[in-house]
Design a protein around this ligand. Sequence first.
Ligand SMILES: Cc1cc2nc3c(=O)[nH]c(=O)nc-3n(C[C@H](O)[C@H](O)[C@H](O)COP(=O)(O)O)c2cc1C
Length: 383
Amino acid sequence: MSLWYCSVCHSEFTSKEKPATCDGCQSDDRMIMETPSIPRNLDAVRDAARKKMKGICAVYPSCDGNFDKICQKEAYGKPIGLGGAGSGQSFRANGTALAAIRFNMSVVGEHFEPDTRCSFLGMDLDFPVLASSTAGAEKYNDAIDETAFCKSVLLGSKEAGTIGLRGDTWFYTPENHPSLKAMKDCGGYGIPIFKPRSQEVLKELIERAESYGCFAVGVDLDGAGSTIMAREGQPVFKKSVKDIEELVRFSSLPFIAKGIMRPDDAQKCVDAGVSVIGVSNHGGRVLDATPGTAEVLPLIREQVGDLVTITVDGGVRTGYDVLKMLALGADAVLLGRDIIRAAVGGGTLGVRLHLDHIHTTLKKAMFMTGTKTIQMVDSNILF
Ligand SMILES: Cc1cc2nc3c(=O)[nH]c(=O)nc-3n(C[C@H](O)[C@H](O)[C@H](O)COP(=O)(O)O)c2cc1C
């Protein structure tokens, strides 16, 4: 007899053969492992992801979109995988922009324990880092079922004391939508971000998110250029201020406009009544040659003022990067590729281990810059 473990819901079973599905959460055997191979730390999670994503992502110590990385090799006509659009300039710009920002170290003063607690849309979180909306992991060597992937992100985020966003892609349909299925199974503990589908389809998806008890809804407005969505019979559209306003009014939940890179676009979304501006270039996947998000974030904060919540994502790999983004004006910071790798490598446990690691390095960054609380973060900690 062997002891088996489900990396999505943590159920354990004793049986001779590997169970085909988990009795607890119905995840298939791709998420079930013998207990000795449960990843005990983040290195083990990343090693497992490296094996499962062979040829797609090598889980490098630095995920920067440089040409030495397999995701960014010239791949004309091939799927984008985890890479960036075109020559990858936007993907690289995210990392380069963050690397150009440096801290003022502050070591004289009373000893303190950094307090990372914060509020996001009225929710109390242990720290201001969320899993970003991503979709499509099932297509990476068939290593993970898409719903199990979504559940891993939602449950892992919750266990780490925060919340996960979930995405939308060409093989998600209104009838078969893994992110909404996962939301339902997780009691609505999550935030779905939908592709800019037709207003009618969006309203139907938003209604379902509301019925599952989700905390907010949103649209990645920068998903409008996706050609694969249209090819697969799931057309997407550029949204006008009127369209956004209509969705904001339609939903009883806070609305997130994700994919904003310009102060004037941000202002239009604020005028349309959104609750959150999601500063993002989609990890450099929707347009080549944009600036890094860390470059535009302060301009957008300056434009919209302090009353609107701002999230940012793009190239954030450590708690140090998180603190930089907070100091540049973000209220919360989202992680994309690292959370995909964590979920593929270790399910819910992998996501929790990754977020715990980010939480720890955020505390270190706060301590070394003399930042006692999240509310006290300001641009003076930057050099
Ligand atoms: C493989 C992959 C799939 C993604 N899918 C979505 C999606 O479905 N919806 C969305 O809003 N953003 C999507 N994104 C963008 C992320 O939400 C986020 O903006 C980006 O990954 C942040 O950059 P990072 O990966 O460098 O952390 C995706 C990104 C990746 C890498």
